[in-house]
Design a protein around this ligand. Structure first.
Ligand code: G1P
Length: 300
């Protein structure tokens, strides 16, 4: 089976959201550009795609998203100023983001939901399996998830989603999967999916986290998918159809992630992500942890 599949090389990153939860910071700046410690959130996501071997990245953007394109492009003025100063460290930081991957952009136009955003990638992706990475979820590079998902897709074909066990009272924030075990302890077979169920209706506590490796048949389904939860075209609903009928685009498997994930989706989670990541940084961590410890014991 492995031989029949082309190597997965394309990643799609939906980034058209308005970021209303972060107003006024996001009035004129895309939420994807908000710094997580000292790098824009979106750069972590592109780095993750590149390190899983996906060096063709398509961003689904919208109005006010120009800074995203600029961030992944060269900045000759800044580069030559740093070169003249002999500031090699900062020059490397400026060049890092433009060397990561081949970037492409398409605008979503109407924000009709995640499923619709993914459908905008159809002409670029063509008939190959491809990955989708959602910017609100940051996965620690020490716990590579995407590379494992690509491996599982190559083994089983079809589509692969990332799952994480969450507390029952959290499941209404996520897509939820009904699953069966497989011989691989970190892989499950998905047989049903529901977008953001109540705790009472949830078929399990397996939440979809924002990483997908998708069979291109998902586009055919998305074209016909009616608006679902929140009046939006939901990716989860299209995946539910793939899971229900393997003849369309192969099976749907889940990789159960137990590693470190940071949520930057709302203000509280965003603050926690920054504190956690700053504490773990070799350069900033030691001083920051010392300060944080005394702040917590003395001030709180
Ligand atoms: C989206 C998906 C949901 C998934 C979540 C992961 O929801 O629709 O199925 O669980 O991402 O972060 P959003 O958080 O964009 O509302």
């Amino acid at each position: 089976m492995t031989q029949a599949h082309p190597r997965i090389s394309k990643a799609v990153i939906p980034a058209a959201g308005l970021g209303t939860r972060f107003l006024p910071a996001t009035k004129a700046t895309p939420k994807e550009m908000l710094p997580v410690v000292d790098k824009p959130a979106i750069q972590y996501v592109v780095e993750e795609a590149a390190s899983a071997g996906l060096d063709d990245v398509l961003m689904i953007t919208g109005r006010n998203k120009r800074p995203l394109e600029d961030h992944f492009d060269r900045n000759y003025e800044l580069e030559s100023a740093l070169q003249k100063k002999g500031d090699a460290d900062r020059l490397a930081k400026v060049q890092e983001s433009s060397d990561l991957a081949t970037m492409h952009y398409v605008r979503q136009g109407d924000p009709k939901g995640l499923g619709h955003a993914v459908l905008c990638a159809a002409p670029h992706v063509g008939h190959e399996p491809f990955a989708v990475l959602l910017g609100d979820d940051l996965i620690d590079p020490r716990d590579p998830l995407l590379a494992r998902m690509v491996q599982v897709q190559e083994q089983h074909g079809g589509s692969v989603i990332a799952l994480m066990e969450v507390a029952p009272e959290q499941i209404h924030l996520y897509g939820c999967a009904a699953v069966d075990a497989t011989p691989d302890s970190d892989v499950v077979k998905v047989h049903d999916l529901v977008e953001k169920p109540s705790a009472a209706d949830a078929p399990s506590n397996y939440a979809i986290i924002g990483r997908y490796v998708l069979d291109p048949h998902v586009f055919d389904i998305l074209r016909k998918t009616e608006p679902g939860r929140g009046g939006e075209i939901q990716l989860t609903d299209a995946l539910q159809q793939l899971a229900a009928d393997e003849k369309i685009g192969g099976p749907v498997h889940g990789v159960v992630f137990k590693g470190r994930r940071y949520d930057t989706g709302d203000r509280g989670d965003y603050l926690r992500a920054i504190v956690q990541l700053a504490c773990e940084r070799e350069d900033l961590g030691p001083d920051f942890r010392t300060w944080l410890r005394s702040y917590v014991t003395e001030e709180m």
